[in-house]
Design a protein around this ligand. Structure first.
Ligand SMILES: NC(=O)c1ccc[n+]([C@@H]2O[C@H](COP(=O)([O-])OP(=O)(O)OC[C@H]3O[C@@H](n4cnc5c(N)ncnc54)[C@H](O)[C@@H]3O)[C@@H](O)[C@H]2O)c1
Length: 418
């Protein structure tokens, strides 16, 4: 068996975690039952770089049940749940991941996974696609298509498409409503607050909480933080999103103003240097900094290091930076994705939707991949609707149905003011 995990003896513990997640992922489990019968991926290799969590494990087991050979690396050096990685290795998945990888180890794992020569790539952040395109071009011919889980990955893929450097088709799973409106909005909000609370155990109520970015993730986070009693300030660069934040009742201001009053700062923009030297210089003693965006570039750590005279780990996932003037700033999870490093990532039930879309896209695009061009494709609407319907069914929620007359009316133009 070809794998590398931190400690294979953690497998039993990991299996229980995966079982716990499966119980809360009824849609994906139903798809697994279908795959077990149909075996759509017989003879295919699926290589993934996703956060190695219990929810990802449920997806990997589902693809394997469908007949695929599956290899998995992490999508972040710190986000792997070691007991889950061990359990997956025992299940026959080729896992190369452990929590606390160095940058070199991270890319070593990505390359080990790619040695399995993928027919399909599943990415969260685009590192498989970019490694294949830059360093493993011999694999390009075999890859049929890829699927991308997150906003930052889709941004990178669209940039490649625009420059004409994208060499195989990729499906933007992130961009579909059943992913963005739930996983990004509810999932990131809850798990980011969970990560901040587990790392610090601070009281959220009464804190001035600065959210940078009022997109799909940030708007959810701002609203949930307000629900817990925080006094929320939004920092945005897009006038429409900023206006929405104002109308939603938040104070909106530039970072140079927010920096002076915030107790907790969270970046979730997909951009770099959102909080930098000029902002650290203005912050209050004791301010807490966290990032929930994909890469660890949103809070400028080089800038923070450059103005600090010392640094120590004061508790797990909390680095205390003492600035030259004596103020202390606290960086959580080394500026990496706080909800996956300091907590467990999104709750299973919301990943049920995102990963069901991945699974159904694998089945769907297998039928049509040879007609695709090297472009970024959207998830077909019928897959989105099917996942939403199955999720509602699993919750015991019945919805209203259009009558035949209503259907005809909604598709017509003849009837106007009566
Ligand atoms: N933590 C997680 O589990 C998780 C989950 C989903 C997405 N993500 C990541 O979170 C990031 C945001 O995703 P999203 O779906 O909300 O994207 P989005 O495009 O919907 O929102 C990003 C927002 O940030 C704003 N922004 C950009 N630069 C800014 C700056 N310098 N200052 C203030 N605002 C700025 C944009 O105008 C936009 O409104 C991405 O990196 C994405 O990959 C993380």
């Amino acid at each position: 068996m070809d794998y590398k995990v931190k400690d294979i003896s953690l497998a039993e513990k990991g299996k229980l975690q995966i079982e716990w997640a499966e119980k809360q992922m009824p849609v994906l489990m139903k798809i697994r039952e279908e795959f077990e019968k149909k075996k759509p991926f017989e003879g295919l290799t699926i290589c993934a770089a996703l956060h190695v969590t219990k929810e990802t494990a449920v997806l990997m087991k589902t693809l394997k049940a469908g007949g695929a050979r599956v290899a998995l690396a992490a999508a972040n050096p710190l986000s792997t749940q070691d007991e889950v990685a061990a359990a997956l290795a025992e299940e026959g998945i080729h896992v190369f991941a452990w929590a606390g990888e160095s940058k070199d180890e991270y890319y070593w794992c990505i390359n080990k996974v790619l040695d399995f020569e993928p027919d399909i790539t599943l990415d969260d952040g685009g590192d498989l696609v970019s490694t294949i395109h830059s360093k493993r071009q011999e694999l390009l011919e075999k890859v049929k298509w890829g699927q991308e889980e997150t906003t930052t990955g889709v941004i990178r893929l669209r940039a490649m498409e625009k420059k004409g450097t994208l060499k195989y088709p990729v499906v933007a799973v992130n961009d579909t409503p059943v992913k963005r409106l739930f996983d990004n909005y509810y999932g990131t909000a809850q798990s980011t607050l969970d990560g901040i609370m587990r790392a610090t155990n601070i009281m959220i109520a009464g804190k001035t909480f600065v959210v940078c970015g009022y997109g799909h993730c940030g708007s959810g986070l701002a609203n949930k933080a307000r629900g817990m009693g925080a006094n929320v300030i939004v920092v945005e660069v897009d006038p429409i999103k900023a206006l929405r934040a104002v109308m939603d009742g938040f104070r909106v201001m530039p970072m140079r103003e927010a920096a002076k009053v915030g107790d907790v700062f969270v970046t979730v923009t997909g951009d770099k240097d959102v909080i930098r030297k000029e902002h650290f210089e203005l912050m209050k003693d004791g301010a807490i900094l966290a990032n929930a965006g994909h890469f660890n570039v949103e809070i400028s750590i080089p800038d923070l290091e450059s103005i600090s005279k010392s640094k120590r780990t004061i508790r797990k996932n909390v680095e205390e930076y003492t600035l030259k003037d004596g103020r202390k700033l606290y960086l959580l999870a080394q500026g990496r994705i706080v909800n996956l490093v300091a907590a467990e990532g999104h709750p299973s039930s919301v990943m049920d939707q995102s990963f069901s879309i991945h699974a159904l896209c694998c089945e769907h695009f297998l039928k049509i991949h040879d007609k695709l061009e090297p472009k970024v494709y959207n998830v077909p609407e019928e897959i989105d609707r099917r996942v939403a319907e199955l999720k509602l069914q699993s919750m015991g929620v019945e919805i209203e149905k259009l009558t035949e007359e209503q259907k005809a009316y909604l598709e017509s133009w003849e009837l106007g003011t009566e």
